[in-house]
Unconditional design. Structure first.
Length: 100
């Protein structure tokens, strides 16, 4: 009987050790699942951010193109105004250049 009780105690100790190892493995599996979910969410977030960056870059390019077109239009009008002022000065002076 003592021998069997000793065997039983030994087996119960082994069982407790195995159960502890199983709980440890289950914890690691749960952590791995959580890490996998977090990684997937991070990938999705990165994809959305990349799309947002591309959209903003596209809008910025359009704004820069629009600004360049506006600047060309302003420069064109300034040149036209300068020519008109110059032509008006020539008419007022009777055809001679101002200052001559």
């Amino acid at each position: 009987v003592d021998f069997l009780n000793g065997q039983l105690a030994q087996r119960e100790g082994q069982l407790a050790t195995m159960q502890g190892e199983i709980r440890g493995v289950e914890r690691v599996k749960a952590e791995a699942r959580q890490a996998s979910v977090a990684a997937k969410k991070e990938q999705e977030l990165n994809a959305r951010l990349s799309k947002d960056i591309a959209d903003v870059t596209e809008k910025l390019t359009k704004v820069e193109e629009s600004n360049a077109a506006l600047k060309r239009a302003v420069d064109k009008h300034k040149k036209a105004a300068a020519h008109a002022k110059h032509d008006a000065g020539l008419r007022e002076s009777g055809g001679s250049l101002p200052g001559s």
